[in-house]
Design a protein around this ligand. Structure first.
Ligand code: UGY
Ligand code: MN
Length: 249
């Protein structure tokens, strides 16, 4: 379907973007070897204040660098490998995630012949006077209990980063049983970057309704009205970024 008549579900609008895998185009990014890197969301779109990368580390793939003024959240979508941080080596598998504060060195390696696929959110860290920047976190989604969202047992939220003022970003996984919805059309100052991890549904973005499924990426600008319903016979889940805990002015 995708190569007939120039059809795609991808759409880039001033207040949101839906980017589907058929349209991904690779970039060569410094520090990544034997890797297929796609910059799905970035300030180059005019609007986003963060970057969302999809990186496929092939056999012997390595990513090496320093976070600089930014902080990273790296989530393992598929495959397994390791990350070396100053203090030690950590094993990574599907569902592992790492929070790296500014100024942190890292070396991430694929340990197998099959690709290790990574989702990376990068955001410039905004200092809060008197509050030290967060420390590194290495965790796994299975260790984070899903809480009912606004009392709905069928829409559960896993909050991957601590709810603490030192963090200026949050990354959560939202899992919906078939038919479950965001309870209302949200309109808020926070922006989002999102990857559909499982299942399918319909996303309302601004005034438009889009069918979405696992593998799709979405950018939602601040104040972009948003709503979701999970459809089909299996649960739908997505991982998403939002900016938090800082004054708007
Ligand atoms: O955290 C959120 O704003 C979340 N409820 N938004 C979303 O899922 N689109
Ligand atoms: Mn939201």
């Amino acid at each position: 379907m995708s190569d007939l008549f120039g059809f795609t579900r991808t759409v880039v609008k001033p207040r949101y973007a839906l980017i589907t895998p058929d349209g991904f185009v690779n970039s060569h990014l410094p520090g990544w070897k034997n890797a297929v890197c796609v910059v799905n969301i970035s300030p180059a779109m005019t609007g986003p204040r963060f970057t969302q990368l999809h990186i496929s580390l092939e056999k012997d793939g390595v990513g090496e660098g320093n976070t600089g003024v930014n902080q990273y959240v790296i989530y393992v979508i598929e495959g397994a490998g390791t990350i070396d941080l100053a203090e030690k080596r950590h094993r990574l598998e599907r569902g592992s995630y790492i929070y790296l504060p500014p100024g942190k060195d890292m070396v991430i390696k694929n340990g197998h012949a099959a690709a290790m696929k990574l989702l990376i959110f990068q955001k410039r860290y905004v200092v809060l006077k008197g509050v030290p920047a967060p420390a590194t976190i290495v965790g796994h989604e299975r260790d984070v209990k899903g809480q009912p969202f606004l009392g709905n047992e069928d829409a559960r939220l896993q909050v991957l980063l601590p709810d603490h003022q030192s963090f200026d970003m949050a990354v959560n996984i939202f899992t919906y049983q078939p038919g479950a919805t965001l309870p209302f059309v949200e309109t808020h100052i926070m922006e989002h970057g999102l990857l559909m991890l499982k299942g399918q549904g319909v996303y309302r973005l601004d005034e438009d309704y889009h069918p979405v499924k696992a593998g799709d990426m979405i950018w939602m600008a601040a104040y972009c009205p948003q709503w979701f319903v999970a459809m089909g016979k299996t649960p739908a889940s997505y991982i998403y970024y939002k900016d938090v805990n800082r004054d708007p002015m």
